[in-house]
Design a protein around this ligand. Structure first.
Ligand code: SER
Length: 324
């Protein structure tokens, strides 16, 4: 029996790729998708504001998914602009879904957390699963509270909920919106357009990142793992690769030597400085065999090759396809 899934927030950076991956695995009709932004071309799309619990309930009762992926959220930088609204949106959607799950409307929930649960007093290198979590952003506070609540629902109601603390995600199809780690994706777009990039972080601000293919694979592997192997019912640390803006710019320059970057840190630098520089993902490795595949250079090659096709569809060769 194929698993039927519902994705809430299917238009976002991760939701859009998750839709594609799940459909490849389970078939188009087994992946129903929703977002607040219209997607008229998709036959299995519902426009839905997931803060509306009654509408969400009707949709779930109608479609009867086995699994729900709650990918809708206001990310870190944007949430700082309207803190209370961001908190309400992030928490309301989560509670709506948690309550519907306790009523037996679906079996398994994926809920994404973030490296934003960590804060200024968290050890910065190889940040462990269990350590100081003192986030000082609205987004981080909502993710930490969410982690506590999903674990509580698991313990209290036996709800099957699985989560990952995503690092910054690099992808080329849909751009991230409103995150602190977005600079890494923006750099590729500027480099390919031949424009200089003004980076809002310090050149040496390392952050944990992951390539989208790895992020999606982690999500699917965790959702398919036997429940009795999972020791973490809040959200797992998952590592990809860590780098600084300077290191990323250098890696891009191996392919586009003229790429120029200027550094003008803004409020996002303070957010980034409070997050880990690298992540220890031992629990994910031990419990469900997690292992990232994309290192910095593989990620840069994938990003440049795919985005080049987007910007220059007629070009046959990447300029300097071999690293200089
Ligand atoms: N990429 C996210 C952000 O920057 C972190 O989860 O907000």
């Amino acid at each position: 029996m194929p698993v039927k899934s519902l994705i809430i927030g299917s238009g976002g950076q991760i939701g859009s790729e998750l839709t594609k991956a799940l459909r490849e695995k389970y078939g188009m009709e087994n992946v129903v998708i929703t977002d607040i932004v219209d997607n008229p071309k998709d036959a299995y799309f519902y426009r839905l504001d997931a803060t509306d619990k009654d509408k969400l309930r009707s949709l779930i009762e109608h479609e009867r998914p086995d699994h729900v992926y709650l990918m809708a959220a206001i990310l870190s930088a944007k949430a700082e602009q309207f803190p209370l609204r961001a908190w309400n949106i992030n928490m309301d959607i989560l509670f709506n879904v948690l309550e519907l799950q306790t009523q037996g409307l679906f079996k398994r929930l994926f809920w994404p957390s973030s490296i934003a649960v960590f804060g200024p007093h968290t050890p910065k290198e190889h940040t462990p699963q269990y350590t100081v979590t003192d986030p000082n952003t609205v987004y981080g506070i909502s993710k930490l509270a969410g982690e506590r609540w999903v674990e509580y629902y698991h313990q209290r109601h036996g709800s099957d909920i699985r989560g990952i603390r995503y690092p910054g995600v690099l992808s080329w199809k849909v751009q991230p919106g409103g995150g602190t780690t977005d600079y890494a994706v923006e750099m590729f777009h500027y480099a390919l357009r031949g424009e200089p990039y003004v980076c809002y972080l310090e050149p040496d601000q390392a952050l944990p990142m992951i390539y989208i293919d790895d992020a999606i694979r982690a999500t699917l592997e965790l959702m398919e793992a036997p429940g009795n192997r999972l020791r973490v019912r809040s959200a797992y640390n998952v590592a990809g690769v860590s780098f600084t803006p300077r290191e990323l710019a250098q890696a891009i320059r191996r392919y586009i030597p003229d790429f120029k970057v200027e550094y003008k840190p803004d409020f996002r630098q303070r957010i980034a400085a409070s997050w880990p520089r690298s992540i220890d993902d031992t629990y994910a490795r031990e419990d469900w065999g997690w292992q990232h595949r994309f290192d910095l250079d593989a990620m840069v090659r994938e990003m440049l090759t795919n985005l080049r096709r987007h910007y220059y569809p007629d070009a046959t060769l990447f300029p300097g396809a071999e690293p200089t």
